[in-house]
Write a protein that binds this ligand. Sequence first.
Ligand code: ADP
Length: 616
Amino acid sequence: DYTLLRDDQDAGDFETGQQRNGASAWRLISLAKEQAFVLFLGTVALLVGSLATVAVPKLAGELIDVCITYGKEGSSGDEAKDVLNKKLLQIIGILAVGGIATGIRTWLFNASAEKVMWRLRNNLFTHIILQEVGFFDRVRTGELMNRLSEDTRLMKSAGTISISIALRSSVVAIFGLILMFMTSPLLSALTLACLPFLLVSFRIFSKLNMKYTAEMLTASAQAATVAEECFGSIRTVRSFAKETASTERYAGAQGQVLQWGLKSARSSGFFFGFNSIIGTGSIVTVLWFGARQVVDGKLTAGQLSSFVIYALYVGTNVGSLASVISNLIQAVGASRRVFELLDRQPRQKPSGNEKPMGAPEGGEVIFDNVWFSYPSRPDVQVLKGLSLHVQKGQKFALVGASGGGKSTIVNLIQRFYDPQRGSITLDGVHLPEIQHEWLHSQVSIVSQEPILFAESILYNITFGVQDPSSISLAQVEEAAKLANAFDFIQAFPQGFNTKVGERGIRLSGGQKQRVAIARAILTKPRILLLDEATSALDAESEALVQEALERVEAGRTVVVIAHRLSTVKTADEVAVIDGGVIVERGTHPDLLAKGGAYAVLVRRQLSGPKLESSTS
Ligand code: ADP
């Protein structure tokens, strides 16, 4: 069951993909362990309630017999009424206790189910977010979302409510059976004759149900992925007028869910219909046979009534046991998918724990013979023995045709991935040995299309700081001013508390860039990574962004993926990346004079206001 994987992916992603059903079921139920005490109290309430339930038919039977006896003998009405009142009071008392117990049981079991799910979801989220970046390259977001919400929802009640209903049904059914036998062994034996049929049909049904549930969950995860993708990319959908096509794509995925859902509905219909026929048949038989016994004087009318009520109890409770078990089967299916995720260990070694290293004004990056391929495409060698040396305080520009490996270099500096061979060091320390939080406070990125979170501008600017409460508003404003963002933020009615919308959709491209610059510099990083926008902003925004960048570049090491002539001209060193290696390096004038790959590139690719004058 490797449903988490993309089609093009090797199955080795989950070591524990093959959880056995039994083991999963046990683990699923033990999720409720933390709620043991509450569940114990709930179980006590459950037993009290169940005993009350089974006690009622006996008293009701006695009540009927009192009526019949006194009716026959024609004794005084008062005596009969006394006995009746006493019986009735007993019944009322028992029903009241039973009602209260049922209320307490329902409350306690439901509350513990909520808590179990709450913890499970939090654990799962924490576990997913700690996976390495390569994992997210391979696994669809919709799939993860589905496991986090849908699968955990199915699992929610397993160890708590389901178990409680199963327990209650079993208790009532067992007591009911015992009382049936005590009332009339012969009628009981007759009733039980239908058992083998029920067992066989249940076995077939549960097998089918398990298969259909697994298929349905897989299909609904696929549908969720489609929905997520379409809504998340609504602008692309709209701009190509692909609403209908998207709807069809979703309907196609949802059609799979429906197909399995219909199969499941049909098998449920067969199962419950068959059971109902068998059940009704056995009741009719019991009534016919029992009535003859009453006529023959071997059984009282009250006893027959009690017996029938017990038989109905047993029937209903066995029925609800069956549906609980079918829910549990679904939960086990869902839990396998969740445990599979929970058991996955990140493939990337955790970062070393040592605290800050090197001189505060460091910022030297060295790639030494780095070989790298993406985990999702291990057969494509992206970097092939690349070496580069970015000195501290240098502005280092990466240029080259698209697909050469520039972004990959920037990804590796952030340790999104580890190279297969070679080493990357920051101020002489291997990246894996640098403490995770510290590394990311020292390396900040401003990318082409910065992603903001659907929170306030303040939240977004302080996002890079581990403890945002340690940052004063003055510091945030200072960063915003440096980033040329202060004025436009102040112009919003809610200022820094303005919500930016999903992915920052409510801000213009230039505004987003400047918020991202403020975010990047608030941590005072040694190294600034820039991924220059290929698409031009309007002239004014462009100028504001450029000015802000120049300000924050000062005194820092800058590694920039350059698309503009103005950028490479101001770089201390330019490296032309092609096919995963550096093919040329030097300063802009030197490289231009050399007339090699760089000169060609400048003529063809690098754009900018001064392009004509410099190349003509
Ligand atoms: P550039 O930034 O120079 O345009 P990239 O570093 O983005 O080049 O890409 C280099 C190669 O790596 C390309 O062949 C690209 O298809 C591949 N690549 C980039 N990102 C990934 C990824 N997340 N998973 C798999 N392959 C990738």
